[in-house]
Ligand binder design. Structure first.
Ligand code: NAD
Length: 449
């Protein structure tokens, strides 16, 4: 079938919801994407290498869907499998949502993408064409190069693959920024295909779809978004170190500055975590270097954001009279509020920094994570109220459950009611009036006025 004829047919199948879509990698990105396409009326096959993931989903259990407020589908339009072979050949489209981490040298690791693409391309139906859309965050050029590497292994597939890139921009746990809300950017190897795929994605998001001129523009746009966010966060964190030395509270200054229409307001904190912001800038730094540009800003931002746990640990020691507190209770472990995702959580580094400063008794409470993977010197507790002998509390994640704690009750059970708000999520007055010895990130020790 010629390309024009194939695309006419594809558009007809998009319009009439007759596509069968494979979503590869059923994590924070892939699972909501698969469900959104199912909810839009398409047939969906969810594929994941992990049998644990597939078994849980078959049992209709998932922390991810709970957090994003979606229901795991069941019925004839919904299939789940660890196998590519017998499923991909019946699909019109494969959407790849596998992880893109960095290795121990902070270099991009796209092995999951390569492996997923090999498995897809090996299994496609060579009597027809298959569209592969990559959603994982990558460097510009990755989609084309990796697909070519796979089709080189299976030459009969060469004319059968059409490729596109559509970065995922969700923010799990943050209302209004899910798969069904965020605007999508999409680029492909053919303008007509981009137009048809834009129509496809319009079925799942109310945020609109922005077609761009190439796969590489779409790839670069995602990398730039997250590299910029890391830089913005680093600046607010730097201000949280500097402004208190001038006797100024970073929050008051940022709130005043943000009344200007083009100011980007961020809240400083104990550090930056997750699968995106601490990782994606390394993809940017590496591609810049490979192309003869030494990024000045991204490495500086990475360095600054990475030192926030150490800075926070120093602040805690200062709050406790320059001595390590006897027993610390850290409130929150995940990297951001209201999710159970602890990937690259800065709380891990904070614990290490506290241990290095002589704190020996560290408890962690996170209402979203039953058994966080902690260093052996720290332990997790399921109840924040009845922990005897705590002499310093640290707010590490601004979960709703943390903000809604009964602080009077906590103070009464405390050996010494000291609190460090590492997220600036509660009003200082509440603690000061409530009899706490209080400090927070970006707050001066000595006031100017
Ligand atoms: N988590 C986020 O908030 C977010 C937001 C935007 C973009 N992204 C990007 O989306 C991509 C996926 O991230 P995530 O957070 O969903 O990851 P995740 O770890 O939550 O999920 C990835 C899933 O892929 C599976 N997998 C790995 N290799 C596979 C393979 N070869 N075949 C089939 N399945 C495979 C894993 O078992 C896992 O279930 C990354 O590139 C990430 O940078 C993530």
């Amino acid at each position: 079938m010629q390309l024009a004829e194939y695309l006419t047919n594809l558009e007809d199948r998009v319009d009439s919801l007759r596509l069968k879509i494979a979503v590869i990698g059923l994590g924070y990105v892939g699972l909501p994407t698969a469900i959104a396409f199912y909810n839009a009326g398409f047939k969906v096959v969810g594929i994941d290498v992990s049998s644990i993931v597939i078994d849980r989903l078959k049992n209709r259990s998932s922390q991810i869907t709970e957090e994003v407020g979606m229901e795991i589908p069941h019925g004839p339009r919904w299939e789940l499998t660890t196998e590519y072979e017998n499923y991909i050949q019946n699909c019109d489209l494969a959407i790849v949502c596998v992880p893109t981490p960095v290795d121990e040298k902070h270099l991009p690791d796209v092995s999951a993408i390569k492996s997923a693409l090999d498995s897809i391309i090996k299994s496609i139906n060579n009597d027809s064409k298959t569209v592969i859309i990559l959603e994982s965050t990558v460097q510009p050029g990755t989609t084309r190069t990796c697909i070519q590497l796979s089709t080189d292994k299976y030459p009969e597939s060469k004319e059968k693959i059409l490729m596109a890139y559509c970065p995922e921009r969700v923010s799990p746990g943050e209302g209004g920024y899910g798969v069904e809300d965020v605007p999508r950017v999409i680029g492909s190897e053919d303008a007509n295909l981009t137009r048809i795929l834009s129509k496809l994605y319009e079925n799942i998001t109310s945020g609109g779809v922005i077609p761009v001129s190439s796969i590489e523009v779409a790839e670069a746009s995602k990398l730039v978004e997250n590299a910029q966010r890391d830089i913005d966060l680093a600046f607010s964190n730097e201000l949280a170190i500097l402004l208190p030395r001038l006797g100024l509270d970073v929050e008051e200054v940022l709130s005043a500055a943000s009344t200007k229409w083009n100011f980007h307001r961020h809240t400083p904190g104990i550090g930056v975590g997750g699968h995106c912001i601490p990782i994606d800038p390394h993809y940017y730094i590496e591609i810049a270097k490979r192309n003869g540009v030494t990024s000045a800003m991204s490495p500086a931002a990475r360095k600054l954001n990475s030192m926030m746990p150490a800075f926070s640990a120093d602040e805690v020691i200062k709050l406790c009279g320059e001595r390590p507190p006897k027993k610390v209770l850290i409130l929150g472990f995940s990297y951001k509020p209201n999710v159970s995702d602890a990937r690259e959580t800065p709380v891990m580094s904070l614990i290490d920094e506290l241990l290095q400063r002589g704190v020996t008794d560290i408890l962690v409470w996170d209402p979203h994570i039953e058994n966080p993977e902690l260093p052996e010197q720290a332990s997790s507790v399921s109840d924040p109220y009845h922990q005897l002998g705590v002499d310093c509390f640290i707010i590490a994640t601004a979960h709703d459950e943390v903000k809604e704690l009964n602080w009077n009750k906590l103070r009464e059970s405390s050996l010494n009611p000291r609190i460090f708000d590492g997220r600036r999520c509660l009003p200082p007055k509440m603690f000061i009036d409530g009899g706490w010895t209080y400090h927070a990130i970006g707050r001066p020790w000595k006031w100017k006025n």
